[in-house]
Design a protein around this ligand. Structure first.
Ligand code: CA
Length: 384
């Protein structure tokens, strides 16, 4: 993660119609945010400023730490707005959007709720990195509206998600790897309601003076009517490793918690070792035989006389009709342990080594495998 250099420009304007500016924004050293407040009287201003407080505090933390806390800061802002609205009747129903970015190393971490936007302008392409939480965006995703119809829809600013409405809020999290020359634009809907994406792209990449570009964006929105408050925060990235602005950005969509590469490699090695060990033991087990006890009878097993993690590494290959009560008592512990044979034939040969009681010797003049025996069948030896 090579740290990138960032430059930032920002501007907020009341527009031509509204009496107050309910937008709030923050441009720190590695934290950037736009909030668009909603509510009567002064409530919208209170909401956007209150929500911004916890995001602003991230700029005091080192970038790496701030990056891990950006979504939590937005949730904290949500609770602050919600709790305040519960306490104060004049603020009841207030809410705000929040689009916050933390840049750490060469990665931008984005946390977002509402219809303010985060755009990436890379080369000739503009990509909206945030999803609009609006009714019309939902209808577009459900195929009930075309994007063109959505732009002209009278209810296009009706939000499906905002800070302050409930004590808990779902926060979208996105990360992108930055490249040299990238520009990130955070803006409220006072800009995007007036300008098309392609016009925004053209203006954002129109020069190197970021304050001037912000002024141009605001002026353009006002020229088209300035129906709402207009806020823009423009971040210019340099020094990122990628010098070719050709590829489209890959946004890692919500909550992809990436496993660090080193951990991943170790886990992969461990998995290979475990798999290898399992098959190694399995194949060793398959070539091994032993004499043991099975339900009160001597039997030849294929495998190893052990159980690993509840899995038996052996099965009865050949039952016999020698009962454990036929075997001299002192020898039984050895049978319980298992007497190894290197092959089925050697295991069979070792059957004759089992010391039998006198009575049993009479019955089994020569201990042999039961003629009815077969592999993997009932362990019960046939008593003929
Ligand atoms: Ca607005």
């Amino acid at each position: 993660m090579t740290p990138v250099q960032v430059r930032v420009g920002a501007l907020s304007d009341v527009g031509k119609v509204r009496e107050r500016n309910e937008d709030a924004h923050f441009a720190g050293s590695h934290v950037f945010a736009v909030a668009d407040g909603l509510g009567g009287h002064r409530a919208g201003e209170v909401a956007s400023d209150l929500a911004l407080g916890s995001v602003r505090a991230l700029d005091e933390l080192p970038p790496r730490t701030a990056a891990t806390k950006v979504a939590e800061a937005v949730r904290k802002g949500n609770r602050a707005v919600h709790d305040r609205a519960q306490k104060d009747d004049s603020l009841r129903g207030m809410g705000t959007t929040m689009t916050a970015v933390v840049i750490s190393g060469d990665t931008a971490h984005i946390a977002h709720v509402g219809d303010s936007r985060c755009y990436l302008v890379r080369g000739d392409a503009i990509t909206q990195l945030s999803n609009d939480h609006t009714l019309v965006a939902r209808m577009v995703s459900e195929g009930r509206l075309t994007p063109e119809q959505a732009e002209a829809h009278p209810q296009r600013s009706v939000l499906t998600r905002a800070l302050g409405a409930d004590r808990e809020v779902e926060v979208d999290e996105t990360q992108i790897t930055l490249m040299d020359g990238d520009r990130l634009l955070l803006c409220s809907d006072g800009l995007t309601g007036m300008l098309a994406d392609d016009e925004i792209r053209r203006l954002v990449s129109s020069g190197s003076d970021l304050e001037e570009i912000c002024q141009t964006l605001v002026d353009e929105a006002n020229d088209r009517g300035g129906l709402d408050n207009i806020t823009v925060v423009l971040v210019d990235v340099s020094g990122a490793p990628g010098a070719t602005p050709a590829q489209a950005p890959r946004a890692h969509r919500p909550r992809s918690r990436r496993i660090p590469l080193r951990l991943f490699v170790w886990l992969a090695i461990l998995a290979v070792l475990i798999t290898g060990a399992y098959f190694g033991v399995r194949s060793w087990a398959d070539r091994s035989y032993y004499i043991g006890l099975d339900h009160g009878h001597v039997a030849i097993y294929r495998g190893l006389p052990v159980t690993v993690g509840g899995i038996h590494l052996s099965h009865v290959e050949q039952p016999t009709d020698i009962k454990s009560s036929d075997v001299m008592a002192y020898f039984l512990p050895r049978l319980r342990e298992g007497i190894r044979g290197t092959s089925l034939a050697s295991a069979r040969a070792k059957l004759t080594d089992i010391p039998l009681t006198t009575d049993a010797q009479k019955a089994h003049a020569t201990p042999t495998p039961s003629p009815s025996a077969s592999a993997n069948t009932s362990p019960k030896a046939s008593a003929t």
